[in-house]
Write a protein of this length. Sequence first.
Length: 297
Amino acid sequence: MNTYKNAPPLAVLIGVLVAVGFAEIVTLRGAVASANRESKAASVRRLDDTTITPAEIDATVTRVTTAGKVTGVGIAILTGGTIAYLKAYGIRDKEKNLPLTTDSVMSAASFTKVAFAYLAMQLVDDGSLSLDKPVYEYLPKPLPEYENYKDLAGDPRYKKITARMLLSHTSGLPNWRWFTDEKSLRIYFEPGSRFAYSGEGIALLQLVVESVTKRGLNELMDDRVFGPLGMSRTSMVWESRFDENYANGYDEEGKSLGSQRRTKAGAAASMLTTVSDFARFMQAVLNELDCGARLEN
């Protein structure tokens, strides 16, 4: 994709932050067990041009996860557009003492938004979606006539909301309506005027994307993101093939929450993936950003 020069800045920033943040994702709670020796990389070069050895990475991870009582963690470090370090530490099921691996499926939570943004930008590239056209114009009926958006019937500002605003979290919509006092959907500020993180905004763009393509999100992500990038253990919904290697979640008391077996694709949070697959995704994004920068210069 070469549309990054026109991409919403925050959408690109989120992608960069994920490349860094996934290296520190805490997926489970409990005590750290022995590390999986998935990566035998040489020293890894950091942003300040210093280097860190695998042994130093191991020591840091062990110290931090032990202090935080983290059961397992997957780490991917990308440098120069390549995966320089990939490793899983600890266990994925403390009751059964099963090791966490770089192919263990876990909930991606809001990292789903970044993968969905990648799909959305493909649609911008092929002309199916415009970043600055009001999204309601893509829908076959007025937005408030959809059950999930009936609360917006008295607020014409919904007609100002664009895909750029939804991707950059500047639409004025809340994170989730059920987190608000009213438990209803409303626009909290003039669309485009400032930033406020919004799962509702991503959900609205999912409605638009599915309307434009006339295809479900799960199918779209498989065909246009996961398949082409070789993300073979990633899906927007739970699949039975994940049963043999998935990571349980644990609450603050160390009680198992099991796996998050989403049955409905949601652009804001339903993706299930592995540290290996998501590292592959970020590698593709970073390489395309680098390609786009070279083309612009």
